[in-house]
Design a protein around this ligand. Structure first.
Ligand SMILES: Cc1cc2nc3c(=O)[nH]c(=O)nc-3n(C[C@H](O)[C@H](O)[C@H](O)COP(=O)(O)OP(=O)(O)OC[C@H]3O[C@@H](n4cnc5c(N)ncnc54)[C@H](O)[C@@H]3O)c2cc1C
Length: 414
């Protein structure tokens, strides 16, 4: 503490999502003074996906945390199948990896777990219900943040480095006047909902994908919550008009996609349905002197392939590998922050372009530009060829940047 309402640390981390908790854990384990601020009162936040891909699982292994993670209730998915206009099958089991699958783990369990690991270190502090509302800027450099703590008091957190891990609508990014690029207009938005499980009627797969002429649906089973999380695409801009209609219109669309969920769909109300505008965005520059954006605050991915959590974790590991040593010396240069962006941004660009092309192609297909029977069959065969599949599945599973945890930086061994 430097004053009644002022604290001085090495790293201020804003946002306790996957990127923020991962960076905070690594920096705390390396012996740095870390202060994590999270706006919500707990980690049981609105649904943000429950997936950990092979890359994240490998990184958890390198940190010595994987066996504890595996003890948490979870499921696994190793094959993605689509039965729509272009049938496809993408198999994680063809990967040469110790973890050739996607782990389905409640994000709140995962975040709580990571925070508990960080809390082993006395140099780590977590403040919940603490929302950042301002940046401390001196001589053009960011020196920390201002926030309202759980009691409503305005506080100052001074830090050598501020990590903005505050998600897609990042307040810190806006406060730092960092410009974002919006990439090709996405054709769809997504509606999210939970549907209770019913063992006798449910499909056997853990992940179900369906498509009709206008909508695509994917849903995965969460046995630990006794529900299915379902996402259904709607044409961008159509939400208001759909929402203005009686819920029975939407229920009928859902029935068309998953008739076996019949009775449960009749209980859906608009209050059960969350609207997610699909965006592909990237901050032009991920840093300013004293500040680094990671995860969604630097790049919003589309839901295609479920890579957002993985990439936020990867950013955190890349940033920790590159910045822990200079932080221990007491200063991080702007060039060191730029190196973090350079290391991963090219892959983010490729992945975003890949996501945009998949979304646009599937939309064109649904509108019958590829709709002949022979065309659909050929597309089906094509996507079953292992060599063709192995390229996107590798991108989805690992990304293109080779990242390993630099454990030599981490003073304490878990
Ligand atoms: C409905 C939905 C479903 C998704 N499904 C998947 C999926 O299946 N697989 C996948 O990989 N990705 C999925 N994603 C994307 C994934 O959630 C994100 O890519 C990932 O969570 C990004 O992690 P992050 O740490 O960068 O930010 P976030 O997880 O968004 O965390 C940001 C945190 O910052 C906090 N915060 C915000 N503002 C402030 C502030 N001013 N002060 C303090 N704290 C603040 C927020 O409360 C939040 O906890 C989904 C996203 C959504 C919206």
């Amino acid at each position: 503490m430097t004053g009644q309402n002022e604290t001085q640390v090495d790293v201020a981390v804003v946002g306790g999502g996957p990127g923020g908790v991962f960076f905070a854990y690594m920096a705390a384990r390396a012996g740095l003074r870390v202060h994590l601020l999270e706006a919500q009162s707990d980690f049981n936040r609105e649904f943000r996906g429950d997936t950990l891909n092979p890359l994240a699982l490998g990184l958890l292994e390198e940190l010595g945390l994987i066996s504890k993670i595996m003890e948490l209730p979870h499921g696994t998915v190793n094959t993605l199948r689509g039965s729509g206009a272009i049938p496809y099958m993408i198999s994680y089991s063809m990967l040469r990896s110790k973890y050739p699958y996607v782990m389905i783990l409640s994000q709140s369990l995962f975040l709580n777990f990571m925070v508990e690991q960080a809390q082993q270190y006395p140099n780590f502090t977590l403040e919940m219900r603490s929302r950042v509302s301002g940046l401390i800027e001196e001589n053009g450099a960011i020196q920390g943040v201002e926030y309202r703590d759980a009691t409503g008091s305005l506080r100052t957190l001074r830090a050598t480095l501020t990590i903005a891990a505050d998600g897609r609508n990042s307040a810190v990014r806006k406060l730092a006047n960092i410009e974002t690029l919006t990439l090709t207009n996405q054709p769809d938005d997504i509606l999210w909902m939970r549907i209770p499980m019913q063992d006798d009627l449910d499909p056997k797969e853990d992940l179900v994908t369906r498509q009709d002429a206008t909508n695509s649906l994917f849903m995965f089973r969460r046995p630990y919550e006794r529900d299915w999380q379902a996402g259904v695409t709607i044409i961008k801009g159509d939400y208001k008009a759909l929402r203005a209609q009686d819920i029975s219109v939407f229920r009928a669309q859902m029935r068309n996609l998953v008739p076996e969920f019949g009775d449960r769909l009749e209980k859906l109300e608009w209050s059960d349905v969350a609207y997610l505008p699909v965006d592909l965005k990237r901050a032009v520059q991920w840093y300013r002197d004293g500040l680094l954006l990671i995860g969604d605050s630097a790049h919003i991915m589309s839901p295609v392939g479920g890579v957002g959590i993985n990439l936020a974790i990867r950013d955190a590991v890349v940033a920790a590998n590159m910045l822990i040593a200079p932080l221990k010396q007491g200063a991080v240069s702007i060039e060191q922050l730029a190196q973090v962006q350079r290391k991963v941004e090219w892959d983010i660009k490729i992945t975003q372009n890949f996501q945009a092309s998949i979304q646009n192609a599937s939309k064109r297909t649904a509108k019958n530009s590829f709709g002949s029977k022979i065309g659909r069959k050929m597309a089906g065969w094509f996507t079953k060829i292992p060599l063709v599949n192995s390229i996107p599945v590798r991108i989805l599973a690992f990304g293109l940047v080779n990242v390993e945890v630099d454990t030599t930086l981490l003073a304490h061994i878990a």
